[in-house]
Ligand binder design. Structure first.
Ligand code: F6R
Length: 613
């Protein structure tokens, strides 16, 4: 996904910008570009391909060696193919204004027509070039200041944007603004860094301000000024970024994904820390304090999310109905937002998002709020848009998740859902005894994940036998059905193996036709109420010569009779099992991808944060 960095200070801008872009690489991109003001010129270098290639181009270029102000971008194509012309920064036809942009200008075709009528010429296929020409139209050859031109231009725009803009006539200034696409300003000593993501800032400072939608910031060497698009001054608090650079580095693992899988005992522990009060048998979720009364009266929970977070939502449906006895529905955010959904009184709308910036999840949240729902969030990125736009919520504290395939965020999302369901259940009907049993079991989960991870090497050996298979099935029942979906998604997104997840009993309604000796079938079969039924499903697959891998409960010897391989997880209560059973599946997908020489941390066609539709 696109990334923005801007710099004003005393250092060589090109170095700071390139370093920032490198830190944003994990988000996924196809082109990179930089603009540095030096010797009375806006010097631009941009191309499709890697940031490093662009960095090499400018390293010895004298136009980039002395400038101390500039903007830069990594692009993930939305309008026009990834090539040099379409890469950012874009300039207006006169070359006096340069702009980088994340997001999508939906009415760019209409605006382009209008601008062409005014004599503007276009070189690229991008919506961004339309925007910079629109700014230039309002700039009106300098009769307005840059910010006075940016504001009305943005008023004309339908869509989403995070932008940073420079102007040749006002070279000691960066104007940045946002709507629906994140933007942060790092406040250093005699320097400012504008960025779409904290990871581009923290090498310089941990002091930041977060821009809200429809806000604009004017940054100069002397300071910065924030205002709304309607020119109302806004006072901003400088906040601290909690994540260190070290947290973002790979920590000795071959890939971020593996590092993040192995971080799960620690981050799930962090997520539970201070929230499970075993002594008083209470769960404390500070982010929900402001909505306590409304929560007790909840009549229905609607969970909305995308991808892996949606799978977490499906587990949530079982948890909220089972532990809190609240009717729950799970929605794909992308469907919900366009469906004219019915929100009844007493509905709690729960958005789940690692990044807190996913465009569909955010739009669904806004739709639900518009219709009067109490909105809550389960989010990782502190200060992200979803976190800020919900009435209350719980951070998962998973730390930065850089591997494109979500792993540790998922287990933490499950931990938070379990806590929310228990808290709600206890306030409504759950006995102190049951609550105690669940809370104690929950507090053991981090150590149980640790034990499960010990099988990583064995899973790698087993997977080596299977990497030639191109089609896999993942089957589970009850709490394990969403885990079957998640296991299949992990495998396909990083190893490009086709995989499907299904409720195990659905197999006989069609998919059983696929079973033969060339089809590995993964059963998620811990001990639970439907254990005997899933064993019957395993036998059905065996009878058709399918190869069976099972995830089962430690000590279950019987299951080995029906399976080629078994990976074990420690015993726990059924509602908490998904936090354990997903772990061998994450490792299976990881080792399969490595064995197939796939780029685990940057799978093809995927980006970490999907901030466009
Ligand atoms: C899959 C994956 C995606 C995300 C989805 C939602 O491994 O990471 O499916 O879960 O794009 O992202 P967030 O949670 O940031 O809203």
């Amino acid at each position: 996904m696109c990334g923005i960095v801007g710099y004003i200070g005393n250092q060589r801008a090109s170095s700071v910008l390139v370093e920032g872009l490198k830190r944003l690489e994990y988000r996924g991109y196809d082109s990179a570009g930089v603009c540095v003001y030096q010797n009375g010129e806006l010097n631009i270098c941009k191309d499709s391909g890697r940031v490093m290639a662009m960095a090499e181009q400018i390293a010895d270029d004298v136009r980039f060696t002395a400038g101390t102000i500039g903007i830069a971008h990594t692009r993930w194509a939305t309008h026009g193919e990834p090539n040099q012309t379409n890469a950012h920064p874009h300039t207006d036809a006169g070359g006096r204004i340069a702009l980088v942009h994340n997001g999508i200008i939906e009415n760019y075709a209409t605006l382009k027509q209008f601008l062409e009528g005014k004599g503007h010429c276009f070189r690229s296929q991008t919506d961004t070039e339309v925007l910079v020409n629109l700014v230039s139209e309002f700039y009106n050859d300098g009769s307005n200041s840059l910010e006075e031109a940016v504001r009305p231009a943005l008023h004309e725009v339908t869509g989403t944007y995070g932008i940073a803009v420079m102007c040749l006539d006002e070279p000691e200034k960066i104007v940045a603004a946002r709507k629906g696409s994140p933007l942060i300003v790092g406040v250093g000593t005699d320097e400012y860094i504008v960025a779409s993501d904290a990871s581009a800032i923290i090498a310089h400072t941990s002091n930041v301000i977060y821009l809200n939608d429809n806000e604009l910031v004017v940054v100069t060497r002397d300071g910065m000024r924030t205002l709304t698009l309607d020119n109302v001054p806004v006072t901003k608090q400088v906040e601290q970024i909690e994540w260190s650079l070290e947290e973002i580095a790979r920590g000795g693992f071959d890939h971020f994904m593996l590092k993040e899988i192995f971080e799960q005992p620690e981050v799930v522990g962090n997520c539970l820390r201070g929230r499970l009060d075993l002594r008083d048998c209470r769960i404390q979720l500070g982010g929900l304090d402001g909505v306590r009364r409304e929560l007790v009266k909840t009549r229905k929970v609607v969970i909305s999310a995308c991808g892996t977070a949606w799978h977490a939502g499906l587990v949530g449906e079982y948890l909220f109905e089972d532990l809190a006895r609240v009717p729950t529905e799970v929605e794909y955010a992308s469907e919900f937002r366009y469906r004219n959904p019915i929100i009844e009184e007493g509905t709690v709308f729960l958005s789940i998002s690692q990044s807190g910036e996913t465009a569909d999840t955010l739009a669904a949240l806004r739709e639900a709020r518009e219709k009067g729902a109490l909105s809550l969030g389960i989010v990782n990125a502190v200060g992200s848009t979803i976190a800020r736009e919900t009435d209350g919520g719980v951070y998962i504290h998973a730390g930065p998740e850089i591997g494109v395939a979500s792993t540790k965020a998922f287990t933490c999302q499950l931990a938070v859902e379990a806590m929310m369901a228990l808290m709600l259940g206890r306030r409504r009907f759950m006995s102190q005894n049951s609550m105690n049993t669940y809370m104690e079991a929950l507090s053991r989960v981090p150590e149980q994940i640790e034990r499960t991870l010990e099988q990583s090497d064995r899973i790698r050996e087993v997977v080596a036998d299977y990497v030639g298979y191109d089609n896999w099935l993942f089957l589970g029942r009850g709490y394990q059905y969403p885990i079957a979906l998640e296991g299949a998604l992990k495998l396909k997104e990083i190893s490009y193996i086709h995989a499907e997840g299904l409720p195990a009993a659905e197999m006989k309604h069609g998919p059983i036709a696929l079973i033969h000796e060339g089809m590995p079938v993964v059963f998620i079969a811990p001990r639970c109420a439907t254990y005997e039924k899933i064993v019957s499903n395993i036998e059905e697959v065996r009878a058709r010569r399918g190869r069976v891998i099972a995830v089962a409960t430690e000590g279950d010897e019987r299951i080995t009779r029906y399976c080629d391989h078994v990976f074990y997880v420690p015993d726990t209560l059924a509602p908490l099992q998904p936090m354990l059973t997903v772990v061998p599946l994450q490792l299976l997908a990881y080792h399969a991808a490595v064995a197939r020489n796939c780029n685990v941390d940057k799978p093809r066609n995927l980006a970490k944060s999907v901030t466009v539709e």
